[in-house]
Design a protein around this ligand. Sequence first.
Ligand code: PMT
Length: 402
Amino acid sequence: MLDGRRVLLIIAGGIAAYKSLELIRRLRDRGARVRCVMTRAAHQFVTPLAVASLSEDKVYSDLFSLTDESEMGHIRLSREADLIVVAPATADLIARMAAGLADDLAATALLASDKPVMIAPAMNAQMWAHPATEANLATLARRGILRVGPGAGLLACGEVGLGRMAEPAEILAAIEAFFVADHRLAGRRALVTSGPTREPIDPVRYLSNYSSGKQGHAIAAALAALGAETVLVSGPTQERTPPGVCLVAVESAREMLAACEAALPVDVAVMAAAVADWRVEGAAAQKLKKNGEGAPVLRLVENPDILATIARRRNDRPALVVGFAAETENIIANARAKRAKKGCDWVLANDVSPGTGTFGGDRNTIHLVDADGVEDWPVMTKTEVARRLADRIAARLPSRIH
Ligand code: PMT
């Protein structure tokens, strides 16, 4: 049920506007309060009278109407909504949203809002496939705008293809799913590193470690589940990419650093990868052979420190930088020293001594070290560690959506 939920429905000018009448009816049946804004073009497809009758409220259309402005300014229109739904979202309105225009009441209400927005695109298949529309949709996705549809089928223009607005039942289901989900990190960007790095010795051999990627992947999943747009930079692992997470697969520490820098700016960075501290200087271009002159001597050189590099960025340092400390002795003292040396905000220290099962296993025991001191977490599954960390991050970085 949507009891008392306030939905601001923006109806743009497309043939699919007739489906919005059914959407209003269904929303009202589920107990939602629906207030409608129609663009001028929408008036060509459905009448304000029909929209007003179904929503049992006045319909808002005119940015410069003295009555509209005095009764319900565009700021109040969006402020008094829990969710703004744009259905149909035409190519034109999507472009105006992406560009941040405020040239009518619908666009102005969207621009003047910090509320969550869901769009149900509807347009001709060519318009849908156009690179301009693709770029506009990517911009909206980066801003955390939710999307439902479109579907494929026979379009009003007679063509068959993608662009048909989602059915009212589907849009309603997406709205209901939105209201039960946890969106504490909506509008935030997160970067997570995971897994080991591999440092080549020659084309067939490498230096690496026992990290499985379980902990880093679980953290990416937990942040994405709270609505953060999450980039996961991972070394080679068997772990599946969590839903909704953008994976950047890398091998060496230097590749991992480049991928992390390319993902900036982000609001939070969590560095759970077990990055090789050293790499082989001048890895061989051909496979090393036993040539009777004894074992080859490998000279190691230090890898860049990814955590320290990200934590010391000048203009685009994430608001919160979280590192891990994998220790086998003096866990807290070493974690404190790492926090100071690398310049991160929090360090999650874990004991990786043989027998603990931290590397590769399903459980972990964390000591969170921050400026205030140390918090000891009980032994938990890596999923629980990830959820607890995501909760802490959400408390530190409240959602941009109110
Ligand atoms: O992958 P799993 O099997 O699930 O195991 C999880 C884990 C044990 C790998 C994880 O919980 C963990 O502790 N990750 C950090 C491992 C590590 O490299 O720790 P460190 O103490 O050597 O490094 C400290 C911090 O600096 C880490 O955040 C690390 O990502 C970072 N670092 C280290 C070296 C380097 N060159 N660049 C870095 O960014």
